[in-house]
Write a protein that binds this ligand. Structure first.
Ligand code: SAM
Length: 232
């Protein structure tokens, strides 16, 4: 998708695009390509593909979430910053936390935050399940794109979400159903699954929107090995 197509598709999502956001995205793209030569950040490098499959795809979160109502957001397993950095570019007032288990990706994000002049971004090198232990009920919104199986993602994420606030898993075509048992154990409610196709027939996407509705036992999230051995 070229820049004009990007602007037009983003407008269709109901998100205004000005030169300010485009300039920041261009800088972000250049840094992504520069650092991708030294550290593995993404297999998608053609500009038109990055704009469609990373930038536009990240913004599709607006189909599930009204960002005017979000003060704090945590993106777990953010990698090169998707969807977190793109959301921050369009909604600069959000207090953003980005968590990734790989320090080289966090170091890349430090550079992005500095070069783009983004404020209120907390970069955390940690496993999400460890970070969640000390950051319970901290966020209006937790997101994850392409990080782990949905039940594991929920165990990482729901304890961090404030009561009556949301987690969104950004998924492809698979792994979009969640059992009542998982929802019960994590005091959560499946609000909806929003299915759509990316422009240019670039694939089916699903946004799984889950609301936290009550307290969650302090034993969650468990250690990763326990989650694997004994899935919820
Ligand atoms: N969200 C980004 C995207 O959609 O482009 C990155 C996806 S990448 C496939 C998965 C990322 O999740 C990697 O950067 C990896 O280090 C991170 N990750 C996997 N498990 C994690 C965990 N338990 N805690 C924190 N980060 C994790």
């Amino acid at each position: 998708m070229n820049l004009d197509e990007f602007k037009s598709e983003v407008n269709k999502l109901g998100v205004p695009v000005t030169e300010k956001e485009i300039n920041l995205l261009e800088k972000y793209y250049n840094l992504l390509i520069e650092y991708n030569e030294k550290i593995n950040l993404t297999a998608i490098t053609e500009k038109k593909d990055v704009y469609l499959k990373h930038f536009y795809d990240s913004l599709t979160l607006v189909k599930a979430i009204d960002f005017a109502k979000i003060e704090s957001m945590c993106d777990i397993g953010t990698g090169a910053g998707f969807p977190g950095i793109v959301i921050k570019i369009f909604y600069p007032n959000i207090k953003l936390t980005l968590v990734d288990a790989l320090n080289k990706r966090i170091n890349f994000l430090k550079e992005v935050v500095f070069e783009l002049g983004l404020n209120d971004v907390n970069l955390v090198h940690a496993r999400a399940e460890d970070y969640a232990k000390d950051n319970r009920e901290m966020f209006d919104l937790v997101t994850a794109r392409a990080v782990a199986k949905l039940s594991i993602l929920m165990e990482y994420s729901m304890p961090m979400v404030k009561i009556n606030k949301f987690f969104v898993a950004m998924k492809g075509q698979d792994d979009i159903s969640v059992s009542n048992r998982v929802l019960d154990v994590l005091s959560s409610k499946l609000e909806k699954v929003i299915c759509f196709e990316l422009p240019k027939e670039a694939g089916i996407r699903n946004l799984v929107l889950i609301k936290r509705v009550g307290d969650i036992s302090l034993k969650y999230p468990r250690k990763y090995s326990d989650m694997k051995k004994k899935p919820l």
